[in-house]
Design a protein around this ligand. Sequence first.
Ligand SMILES: NC(=O)c1ccc[n+]([C@@H]2O[C@H](COP(=O)([O-])OP(=O)(O)OC[C@H]3O[C@@H](n4cnc5c(N)ncnc54)[C@H](OP(=O)(O)O)[C@@H]3O)[C@@H](O)[C@H]2O)c1
Length: 144
Amino acid sequence: MLNYSPDIYKLEILTIGWKVEKLENRIETKIEGAMEKSKVLVVGGSGYIGRRLVKASLAEGHETYVLQRTEIGLDIDKLQMLLSFKKQGAHLVEASFSDHRSLVDAVKLADVVICAMSGVHFRSHNLLLQLKLVDAIKDAGNVK
Ligand SMILES: NC(=O)c1ccc[n+]([C@@H]2O[C@H](COP(=O)([O-])OP(=O)(O)OC[C@H]3O[C@@H](n4cnc5c(N)ncnc54)[C@H](OP(=O)(O)O)[C@@H]3O)[C@@H](O)[C@H]2O)c1
């Protein structure tokens, strides 16, 4: 049997301690990163999925923006829902898919954009509308 000096064991313990400390620091950094808050823009926020995304984003404490399409006009149900989002702390951003500049300005407020528009699963023109959002995201250049 080999006889090591006690100093070797002390060194080994020190090394293990240092490794554990490093691991703890890495875990802490990861947790802090995961808890980082974002600025979230929800498009299609008054829809079935969209309204849940808005609520979830607010509940997670993210700065939440909801696109208020000019086209909704006086749709009372949508307006009431948007106002309820505002009361819960969301910011309403007026924009239109027919106005590229307004979409770019809306996107510039956020670093995460979530689109919950309907009609993407079949060949509807909403799919093409979403490409306008993609163009706005590219032009805004700030989305993560
Ligand atoms: N519902 C489900 O159970 C389910 C399940 C799986 C996947 N999905 C997918 O999730 C997405 C959203 O579904 P949903 O059920 O939430 O849809 P939805 O309630 O019918 O509508 C979502 C939103 O789409 C926007 N929209 C509709 N027509 C538009 C137009 N012409 N121009 C611009 N925006 C328009 C509206 O946003 P505004 O708020 O701006 O008016 C509307 O609130 C769809 O792609 C769907 O396929 C849904």
